[in-house]
Design a protein around this ligand. Structure first.
Ligand code: UD1
Ligand code: MG
Length: 427
């Protein structure tokens, strides 16, 4: 949701009717009357530091440590090069798109700066639309360079792109129309339909070894229940990112951390299964979508990092969640993905009483900002953001974002540790 409804208020308060009309029917401006909108430059140095930290282990595994088939490696590297071009393009387009969205009154006020001069600045919203478009361009064009593809792969790849594209559309609709919460929750289930309808892969699950004596089977065919599970995963991934939000850099930050975890997992699985081309293909598929997601998201993060000069909108949170859900589904590693998503799972569980309406749920469940000290304090609302502040004490918005991203990285590290400890015993 964006400021089209709540522009004059930083705390989500209702807009007076007179102003509402003005916002709903923004006056047409000739180019000479256009407001002089300048977007603060991207925070390059911080993003290069963060991306090197996240990419180094992946690059080491891919380029040095693991023995990966030449053709496959070539496709991965071409995809990486295209993703880098996508990064540069996104970096270039965000300031341009920001001017357009502001002109159409698509902006928000930074709630965690309310009471300071920064809290009165109109921050362009929904810049996730740029990331989504560049991502789709890279992912569509890449098909020309995938040297190991078969026709089944192409059907699933394009169905995945259709789902992601549908999600971007619905996310943007949400940003513009400000749809109610209950509707918001189900939007991803519509977007997942292209993938669910085209899915021709297996619908079986491998029963964990310790449970085989109780189930009596090694492999269980779930049939339509498997598809239902795929749909629910898409709904969870999208909404869980959207509600773990509201702090500068958090929406995109969590995505790039999880994306780097996914890339490391994929490349390790490719390296460990040289005798199983189908399994390798499933993980390569995931890499082809996650590399562009990582690169284009980094460009957005460079503008969204504290202090944000743009907001990402639900367009981005839905797009990022759906992309990670489809790669988890088609790569057959949804359990691993859910452990990467541990902070989102915790945030969802903490949110349940408010989401279910048992406890009143305000429009924004954000911390309390003290303009005098510049610090945030946790409120009673059930979010991981508030709980972190209550556990670790009041802190600045930037420190809080770093703490939360660190927790995300710990979840990814824990997942690798768990996989290593359970290898051979669990499956
Ligand atoms: C979800 C959360 C809500 C949270 C919001 C923040 C639930 C049920 N809903 O709602 O509690 O407040 O995300 O994104 O958990 N904003 C900032 N700083 C930021 C990012 C966003 O102040 O770093 C504010 C801006 O006013 C922006 C608005 O949040 O315009 C965007 O909110 P929106 O994404 O529409 O909220 P929801 O996804 O509905
Ligand atoms: Mg949102």
């Amino acid at each position: 949701m964006t400021s089209r409804r709540r522009a004059p208020s930083a705390n989500g308060a209702k807009i007076p009717a007179s102003k509402q009309t003005l916002i709903d029917n923004p006056p047409k401006q000739s180019s000479s009357e256009e407001p002089n909108i300048t977007i603060s430059p991207s925070k390059w140095s911080k993003i290069i530091f963060l991306s090197s930290l996240l990419l180094l282990p992946y690059a080491y595994l891919l380029l040095i440590h693991l023995q990966i088939d030449g053709e496959l490696k070539r496709s991965i590297l071409i995809n990486a090069a295209m993703s880098f071009i996508g990064f540069l393009l996104t970096l270039k387009l965000i300031p341009v798109a920001s001017r357009y969205v502001i002109r159409r009154n698509l902006f928000g006020y930074d709630i965690n700066k309310k009471g300071t001069s920064q809290g009165n600045i109109k921050v362009p919203e929904s810049l996730g639309i740029v990331v989504g478009i560049v991502f789709l361009l890279v992912a569509i064009l890449f098909q020309h360079f995938n040297f190991t593809a078969d026709s089944i792969w192409l059907v699933e790849y394009n169905a995945a792109l259709a789902s992601i594209c549908f999600m971007i559309l619905l996310g943007f609709v949400d940003d513009v129309l400000d749809v109610p919460w209950r509707v918001k929750l189900v939007l991803p289930s519509f977007a997942a339909l292209p993938l669910l309808m085209a899915y021709a892969g297996h619908t079986t699950i491998v029963i964990p070894k310790p449970l085989i004596p109780y189930v009596g089977l090694e492999v269980l065919d779930l049939g339509w229940i498997y598809k239902l599970y795929m749909g629910l995963l898409a709904v969870f991934c999208t909404n869980s990112i959207n509600i773990h939000a509201g702090i500068n850099g958090l929406e995109v930050g969590q995505t790039v951390v999880v994306a780097s975890g996914i890339l490391i997992h994929n490349v390790m699985q490719i390296g460990a299964s040289t005798d199983n081309p189908e399994y390798q293909q499933a993980h390569a598929f995931s890499i082809y979508l996650v590399q562009p997601l990582f690169a284009t998201s980094l460009a957005l993060l460079s503008y969204n990092w504290y202090p944000s000069s743009v907001f990402v909108g639900d367009t981005y949170t839905y797009f990022a969640g759906m992309t990670m859900a489809v790669v988890g589904i088609l790569g057959h590693y949804s359990e691993t993905l859910l452990i990467f998503f541990a902070p989102q799972v915790v945030n969802f569980l903490l949110s349940l009483p408010q989401l279910a309406g048992i406890i009143p749920c305000p429009r924004h469940r954000l911390p309390k900002f003290d303009p005098k000290t510049g610090l945030l304090t946790g409120t009673k609302d059930g979010t991981l953001v508030n709980y972190s502040l209550r556990i670790f004490g009041s802190m600045s918005e930037q420190s809080l974002c770093i703490v939360l991203l660190f927790l995300q990285a710990i979840a990814c590290g824990f997942c690798f540790l768990l996989r290593w400890l359970l290898a051979g015993w669990y499956k």
